[in-house]
Design a protein around this ligand. Structure first.
Ligand SMILES: [Zn+2]
Length: 315
């Protein structure tokens, strides 16, 4: 992945601002340079692209009248987390890598201090996105796992799903996300994988070319939701960042944290390896937001390599 570091700004984020309940429309940047506005809560959506595999930041500026708010999008509902003493609130939602392109409705439900309800409906259009495909040559026991491994694979998939199903109702992250390692990536999020010429899987993470044994760092603060040796994923750590956001680190040679442990941003959680279904040392790095599989890397080479950097206003 090449990029011009000087251009790694939020400039590529798409920003849509919607005045709640028919109030004035506000167009401005996430940094808050706003034109004079009508009073009332203002909803802003921030994203790089409305496409499969992209996260969307939902940001609600309160005028003091908002008690709570939630957003429903693509079958998931997220509570907005108050910040800045309740002056605003936010949630992250994701457009899954396999989401259907086309119209999609986002509903934001605002509960006012007096108890009144206000619904803000936003019609969005999810654009099509083409993902690359590749051929892999893997050991046959990983392409067609032996019957003896089937029960283990199924059990582990259930354990992973369980870990990802528990949503911490507060934000545990600490400022913007950072790379788990500075190594370049293969930019292979969403890649269709033909293993021994059989369409085997969709690659729902990003692979970084990290050398064997190098430390792998937590992309943000959170709590370890899983630290296990999995048949397919190898030695894997899943970090819960709160509000339905999880990061996963796979194929490591060593696990250096335990389930339930609080981790700081940048803390070493393991060492790079090639365990599980892997063709050589690398880091498999993946994000899920309420189950939606999103890309950790910018689609635009000039963009930030970390899509979830959009969270940086929330220090
Ligand atoms: Zn991978």
């Amino acid at each position: 992945m090449t990029g011009a570091p000087g251009r790694r700004t939020g400039a590529v984020l798409g920003i849509v601002a919607v005045g709640a309940a028919g109030l004035g429309i506000l167009l401005g940047s996430l940094a808050g340079q706003a034109t004079p506005q009508a009073p009332g809560p203002v909803l802003r959506l921030s994203f790089r692209a409305l496409q499969p595999g992209e996260p969307v930041l939902v940001f609600l500026e309160s005028d003091g009248s908002v008690r709570s708010a939630s957003v429903s999008f693509l079958g998931e509902t997220a509570e907005l987390e108050p910040i800045n003493g309740g002056a605003a609130s936010f949630a992250l939602v994701g457009i899954d890598v396999q989401a259907q392109p086309g119209p999609a409705v986002m509903m934001v439900k605002i509960v006012k201090r007096g108890g009144a309800l206000e619904n803000v409906r936003k019609e969005l259009l999810i654009a099509e996105r083409k993902f690359p495909s590749t051929k892999l040559q893997l050991k046959s026991e990983y392409v067609t796992p032996p019957a003896s491994a089937e029960a283990r694979i199924k059990r582990e998939a259930e354990l992973v799903a369980l870990a990802l199903s528990v949503v911490t109702p507060e934000w545990l992250g600490d400022g913007p996300f950072v790379l788990p390692h500075p190594a370049p990536s293969w930019s292979n999020f969403g890649q269709r994988r033909l293993n021994n010429n059989v369409l085997q899987s969709l690659h729902t993470g990003l692979d970084l070319r990290v050398p064997l044994g190098e430390p792998i760092r937590a992309t943000n603060a959170g709590r370890v939701a899983m630290a296990s040796d999995l048949y397919m994923g190898g030695k894997t750590v899943i970090i819960d960042h709160g509000l339905g956001v999880f990061s996963t680190y796979g194929h490591m040679s060593e696990l250096l944290v335990k389930r339930g442990e609080a981790v700081k941003k940048g803390q070493t959680v393991g060492l790079c390896g090639s365990t599980g279904r892997s063709t050589g040392p690398h880091l498999h790095w993946a994000f899920k937001i309420f189950g939606a599989r999103v890309n950790a890397e910018g689609t635009n080479p000039l963009a930030s390599r970390i899509s979830l950097r959009i969270n940086c206003p929330f220090r």
